[in-house]
Design a protein. Structure first.
Length: 186
């Protein structure tokens, strides 16, 4: 069984990105268990508050470290990464030298009403993930444009192509997790 921790970069109750993560849970192959992290209690990063680490951050870091891979759902705000996701990424890298992200295989989803999905945000997110030592495989990104046309009134994905892309993303993540199980493979 592979453990994937899913993190939405949106705190909005009816977030499209969180909705897509809920769909990923349903679409996951039987050998993949996805847990959606609750990041509502993660405070803004302030290095003065690193020691002791806030309880919500310590719990998130434990979940990151226990996961085989991380599935991010990133909204796009003003052509880039949103502050919520950036804050979570920064906390996961703290304290200096004790990043929980290192060597984690990543999948990236981004859903929006726009025609270009979250492609501009992906560019910035991927730079950050590489910089933190995460493994970002080729074909590990699923942009979902015009997302409301792909969901029913209960938030279920109805678009078969999008469902297939999400499934393939999860399979790609597992393939890469297998490749990098050995510390000699990086």
């Amino acid at each position: 069984m592979y453990k994937i921790l899913a993190i939405s970069g949106s705190l909005r109750k009816d977030s499209y990105n969180t909705t897509i993560l809920r769909n990923a849970v349903k679409l996951a192959p039987e050998n993949i268990e996805i847990e959606i992290a609750d990041i509502h209690d993660i405070p803004l990063l302030n290095q003065d508050n690193e020691s002791p680490m806030p309880e919500s951050v310590a719990l998130l870091k434990q979940k990151i470290e226990a996961a085989d891979g991380i599935l991010f759902a990133s909204p796009e705000y003003n052509y880039s990464i949103g502050g919520v996701l950036k804050n979570v990424l920064d906390w996961g890298s703290r304290p200096s030298g004790k990043s929980s992200w290192k060597r984690k295989v990543v999948g990236l989803i981004g859903a929006t009403e726009g025609n270009f999905a979250t492609l501009r945000a992906f560019y910035d997110v991927v730079k950050i993930l590489y910089g933190m030592g995460m493994i970002v495989p080729v074909l590990s990104e699923v942009p979902i444009p015009n997302v409301s046309t792909k969901l029913d009134s209960e938030g279920n994905l109805t678009d078969e192509k999008t469902k297939e892309k999400v499934k393939n993303l999860l399979i790609t993540m597992i393939d890469w997790i297998e490749r990098f199980k050995s510390p000699h493979n990086i």
